[in-house]
Design a protein around this ligand. Structure first.
Ligand SMILES: C[S@@+](CC[C@H](N)C(=O)[O-])C[C@H]1O[C@@H](n2cnc3c(N)ncnc32)[C@H](O)[C@@H]1O
Length: 93
């Protein structure tokens, strides 16, 4: 097995088409925003309730849905040809 670590748009160019048995990917969701859910409640089962943030970081920030779909289509179009015939793709979307 070979492990390549880095930007998929650069690394996938090194992978020959039809060379991959399985694609398993957990890509950006495109749902990050500034929403913060504050919870004033007291203690929960395992400690004090904390605020919940939807800011996952720069990797999940896009200029709207079209930008996110352009990004998503770009990596899907790059990686799907890498699968061998009969290979599997498991995409967490
Ligand atoms: C939903 S998270 C995956 C989290 C991962 N499953 C974990 O448990 O840590 C999406 C990941 O995609 C990475 N990512 C975003 N753009 C990328 C790219 N062009 N190439 C490689 N990874 C990228 C982000 O850095 C982020 O870690």
């Amino acid at each position: 097995m070979t492990v390549l670590q880095g930007d998929c748009f650069e690394l996938l160019a090194q992978v020959p088409n039809g060379a991959v048995d399985m694609i398993l990917t957990d890509p950006p969701y495109g749902i990050a925003n500034d929403t913060k859910i504050t919870r004033s409640g007291g203690r929960q089962k395992f400690g004090k309730a904390k605020a919940i943030s939807h800011d996952f970081g720069a990797w999940d920030r896009f200029d709207g849905f079209d930008d996110f779909m352009t990004f998503t289509k770009r990596w899907v179009d790059l990686c799907v040809p890498k699968l061998r015939g009969g290979g599997y793709a498991c995409l967490f979307l």
